[in-house]
Design a binder for this molecule. Structure first.
Ligand SMILES: [Ca+2]
Ligand SMILES: [Ca+2]
Ligand SMILES: [Ca+2]
Ligand SMILES: [Ca+2]
Length: 251
């Protein structure tokens, strides 16, 4: 009898082990909860440490980083030979790397009127693109890599030529420069000269000689829009500033 009882106990124990085995397999779980796709941003803002005109600071020409709202980079109504100036703009993007360009559009090189000195100087081209100011004004655009506030060796020359030749300026794209990042403000300067501008990166000087401007420029007026354009780097590895075309107003 005792032997039988022991056998029953053994059966019960084996049965319990079998039931427990179904919940004792090795297992593990890893949870990914609350999955979300949120669109990123390319949010460009621009600040300026100001503008200089004939060695004097232009009043009210600086502003903190913001979305531009009517700020003019340039507005001068009495340009004379050897007048000169510069404008700083600083570009900021958010946490997404961006390519950046300066786009100059809607250029009007207006003759305004042909006054007597112009006629004597044999100015015969008239109308909204018949002026001579843009081709007689020089412009240097540079990226101030060392934050010196001047054009020095090691800075990137983005454009150096006549105002009339300003179109799409590359700050950074797939061809040249490095992407704008959240960590780094990009300092851009635009220096101009009514006449011939000479640049010396070795000593950081920019000289302006108005001697070649001539009377054909009197009363002429140049106007243009300058757009700062930023676009995502990711999935956009072939981007070129030279190929950007802004939408036409009203389209
Ligand atoms: Ca003319
Ligand atoms: Ca510099
Ligand atoms: Ca003229
Ligand atoms: Ca004129």
């Amino acid at each position: 009898m005792k032997k039988i009882l022991i056998s029953l106990v053994a059966i019960v124990v084996v049965g319990a082990a079998a039931i427990g085995g179904t919940i004792a397999f090795y297992n593990d779980t890893e949870v990914s909860a609350g999955n979300v796709f949120t669109a990123g941003t390319i949010d460009l803002t621009v600040d300026s440490s100001g503008a200089v005109y004939n060695d004097g600071t232009v009043a009210g020409s600086s502003w903190d980083a913001k979305n531009l709202d009517g700020e003019e980079f340039f507005n001068f109504d009495d340009i004379k030979p050897a007048d000169r100036g510069s404008r700083n703009i600083s570009l900021h993007v958010g946490d997404n790397d961006a390519w950046a360009c300066l786009l100059v559009t809607n250029q009007v090189n207006d003759e305004n009127t042909i006054i007597n000195p112009e006629a004597i100087a044999l100015d015969t081209t008239s109308g909204p693109q018949g002026g001579e100011l843009a081709q007689n004004t020089d412009v240097l655009v540079w990226q101030d890599n060392d934050n010196s506030g001047s054009y020095t060796n090691g800075d990137d020359e983005l454009y150096n030529g006549a105002l009339s030749g300003l179109n799409n300026i590359t700050v950074s794209d797939s061809i040249t420069g490095s992407p704008l990042t959240n960590a780094q403000t990009r300092e851009i300067y635009i220096a101009w000269c009514a006449g011939d501008q000479t640049v010396d990166g070795a000593n950081g000087t920019i000289a302006c000689d108005g001697g070649g401007m001539g009377d054909v420029v009197q009363t002429d007026k140049f106007s243009a829009d300058m757009t700062v354009y930023a676009v995502q780097v990711r999935n956009n590895t072939d981007f070129k500033c030279s190929e950007v075309q802004l939408p036409v107003d009203g389209s």
